[in-house]
Design a protein. Structure first.
Lengths: 307, 307
């Protein structure tokens, strides 16, 4: 079954999850939709963006998502299956620290801005490293059952700002529906990102995606489930640092601090640059969480990026 | 510089980190050492092991490690660099749940035992799935500065029971030295394991490894650092489940429960079998830990294992 492509443009965005927002598009199960997405700043950071522009962003305009899309027949208890058919991002993107935000907000208290060139296959950072280009959607979710407006920043079991690197071309996502019509929205595209997104931003960019939406009756998963194409997986030799202790969040901080030490020592880059690089290409894994009282978090970077 | 191979056999083991244990071998920087390691049960689970044998194990004999090895000239503040030259495991291994132990100890309160066949390239579970064989060392560390005996179960910043999948052939490990001579010990080999080792055991087996030890003066990392060969990385299409909420440990539990749901639904395997499979081949990643108050943990399984 192939249907004509519906579309939602850059003007159809909203700022917060709110199940009273009027749908901008109504689709049936099986429909394909082309979606244009703003970057996470809502267009506030230009191609020559600076730290000052990051620090003076209007925070009420952050994290716009395109939608909502009403899926006919969707009811609480159902699942929405989203297939990512294609995902095109712009030829540049920004990454920055935002004062008070990010895993190491205490270590890097100032705002910063780094503009990367995005090519056909790779992303070139302004301070040297070249990363594989892995276009992905940071935020995709459905409206919550609770009335009122809810920040788009934290994710929930209904999806939202999950920042899972596998959410790109060739992958499918199952989301549990919470309200009639589901009210699906999509935004926050990245040209590259590491699992953890530790500084709080990826290579933030605009995108045009084509998704296909299907309704699965009474098939709500307890939390989002993804089938990944594997495109986002990196292979080959890598450098690992560790954080070890009784709290996984603290262990994650320790692992990233240790990675920053290593990157600075091995490459001579600045600590802030190393932190940015961690956010874009370091993956955080839980290596051990059964040998009480201490757990192990490992931070992985492909050696190809720093050699 | 190549030196004659020194060796440590199965009798040279100890049960706990204790810096007063007499060294079983003294080596110089640059020496290569062949090390035989018992399995994590200390030989209590035979090739035809049963759940009863797991439940009646003498817990005081668990987690033996071969050593300690005194490295001449090593002092606190130095680093020991261990290169894994080769790692051979036995042709079988056991995996089980141990009452009261493991990430989902409440869901799976009974002890169990599953014996796998370990071939040249793969590990065959008794209930069907075939996994890539990825020999690794679960426990490697140096003695702690604090006097007395310390359990080998929890890892520390001086290493120990880290259960990092990359600790195998072709990789190198840097450990911070805490006492004179470092007192390195090695054990807990696995033929396969998923990052997280969620049920508490991998494919537990015996092994013979060859390592090379180097002393790096005044180069202690703040926590163990690894250069991985990449051999342990899996590629290709995968299934992801998620856990989303304010606590990474709870989110890990949720992600694994959701993965068990999916495995049971897709393959018809029993929930306990799915839990065991998670421990052996599911990797836990921290996808997001900056968008307060909710974090995302994703659990990844290669689709090749369940198709």
């Amino acid at each position: 079954m192939d249907r004509s492509l519906k579309s939602l443009g850059l003007n159809s965005y909203h700022l917060g999850w709110d199940n009273s927002i009027e749908p901008r598009l109504t689709v049936s199960s099986g429909d394909r939709i082309q979606i244009d997405s703003l970057d996470a700043s809502g267009g506030q950071i230009p191609r020559d963006g600076t730290a000052l522009q990051v620090s003076s962003m209007d925070f009420s305009r952050l994290n716009p998502v395109t939608g909502p899309i009403f899926i006919e027949g969707a009811e609480p208890g159902d699942a929405i299956k989203v297939s990512f058919e294609s995902l095109e991002v712009a030829d540049w993107g920004w990454t920055g620290t935002i004062a008070g935000f990010g895993l190491l907000a205490d270590d890097f208290p100032e705002s910063s801005c780094f503009i990367s060139k995005v090519g056909d296959m790779s992303v070139e950072l302004p301070f040297g490293p070249v990363l594989p280009k892995i276009p992905m959607i940071g935020t995709i979710g459905v409206a919550l059952a609770e009335p009122g407006i809810h920040s788009i920043v934290p994710p929930s079991i209904h999806g939202g700002n999950m920042d899972i690197r596998d959410l790109g071309e060739g992958s499918t996502l199952l989301l549990p529906v919470a309200v009639a019509g589901a009210l699906l929205s999509v935004g926050d595209p990245h040209a590259a990102m590491g699992d953890g997104e530790v500084c709080g931003t990826g290579v933030e960019t605009t995108a045009t995606s084509v998704i296909r939406v299907e309704l699965l009756k009474a098939a709500a998963p307890r939390s989002p489930v993804i089938e990944s194409s594997g495109i986002s997986q990196r292979t080959g030799a890598s450098l690992l640092t560790t954080g070890i202790g009784p709290d996984l969040h603290r262990a994650s901080i320790d692992a990233i601090r240790s990675m920053i030490d290593e990157l600075v020592r091995r490459t001579g880059m600045a600590p802030l640059e190393a932190y940015i690089l961690c956010s874009l290409t370091v993956d955080l894994k839980v290596s051990e969480l059964v040998d009480a009282p201490n757990w192990v978090v490992s931070a992985h970077i492909p050696l190809s990026v720093i050699r």
